[in-house]
Write a protein that binds this ligand. Structure first.
Ligand code: ADP
Length: 275
């Protein structure tokens, strides 16, 4: 009787022990980088896609995975609205645009259809996009994450083998509070943070002055506080917005643009850090 009790308590202990997750790599790519933001609307998707093409400009073969199941933005950002095909009815062939292989939930559902899914459905969709897409011969896949620290972040952090994460923020205090949460989540789940990017850092007026609309140095200081690399500033620039709206990201349509050069600097740091 007492032996049985001991046995049961062992099982209980095992159940309660922290789970060891098996991290599955995304096949067909040498590297997987998450571009994340703790808050919505800070320009994460814009930065992710421009960074992807800045890496392509450095000679890398890129893939872009839009992991925002509820609010996919890739179809608009590269003006692509086809349905991915499948040869065996199981694995999806990624779409191709501007020599980038692309996958997004937005390719699979109608643009107007709201995604009213619960967590487990999102996790299952993410598993399809990370394990059942025939990515081929990529140097790097840039994953555009949804904002926050929810199901998608946890799924990637615990179940997908990722090589690093980049956190995008604006320099205002409100956004930075969430950034700190994001940093801690990646640190706790063992995902290497490659660095922080300060988006919408300033607006350069016709008078040549830089106007720091969202404050100054906030992201840089947060990087210092948590001992992370600061990767660079991206200003508010109309061409970034308009190129995104046209479906041809600035770093692709105009690699010599002053803002594309800032992305190039960041891409070089990322390339050096692990590729
Ligand atoms: P998020 O992915 O964080 O929700 P988006 O990338 O969708 O943000 O950007 C929100 C809006 O801000 C978009 O209209 C985008 O074109 C614009 N935007 C983002 N970053 C910049 C920037 N640095 N300069 C100008 N517009 C920007």
């Amino acid at each position: 009787m007492s032996e049985k009790k001991v046995e049961m308590s062992k099982t209980m202990k095992e159940r309660l022990a922290p789970k060891q997750f098996t991290k599955t790599p995304i096949n067909g790519t040498k590297n997987t980088i998450l571009v994340s933001s703790a808050k919505g609307g800070v320009g994460k998707s814009t930065v992710a896609i421009n960074l992807a093409f800045a890496l392509q400009n450095l000679g890398l073969k890129i893939g872009i995975l839009d992991a925002d199941v509820y609010g996919p933005s890739l179809p608009k950002l590269i003006k692509l609205n086809e349905k991915p095909k499948s040869e065996d009815g199981k694995a999806l062939i990624p779409l191709e645009k501007y020599d980038a292989q692309c996958m997004s939930m937005g390719f699979l559902v109608d643009e107007q259809t709201p995604m009213i899914w619960r967590g487990p459905m999102v996790i299952s969709a993410l598993k399809t996009m990370t394990q059942k897409v025939l990515w081929k011969d990529r140097d790097v896949i840039i994953v555009d994450m949804p904002p926050g620290t929810g199901d998608t972040q946890l799924t990637f952090a615990q179940e997908v083998k990722v090589d690093g994460a980049i956190i995008v923020s604006t320099p205002q205090d409100l956004a930075l509070l969430d950034v700190k949460r994001g940093i801690q989540m990646f640190d706790k789940t063992g995902v290497k943070i490659l660095g922080l990017i300060d988006n919408m850092s300033y607006f350069k007026g016709d008078d040549g002055k830089e106007y720091k609309i969202f404050g100054e140095s906030g992201v840089e200081n947060t990087a210092k506080e948590f001992d992370k690399e600061f990767l660079g500033h991206i200003p508010i620039h109309q061409d970034l917005r308009s190129s995104a709206d046209k479906g041809d990201p600035l770093t692709h349509s105009n690699p010599d643009h002053e803002v594309s050069k800032l992305f190039k600097n960041i891409a070089e740091k990322i390339k050096q850090s692990f590729l």
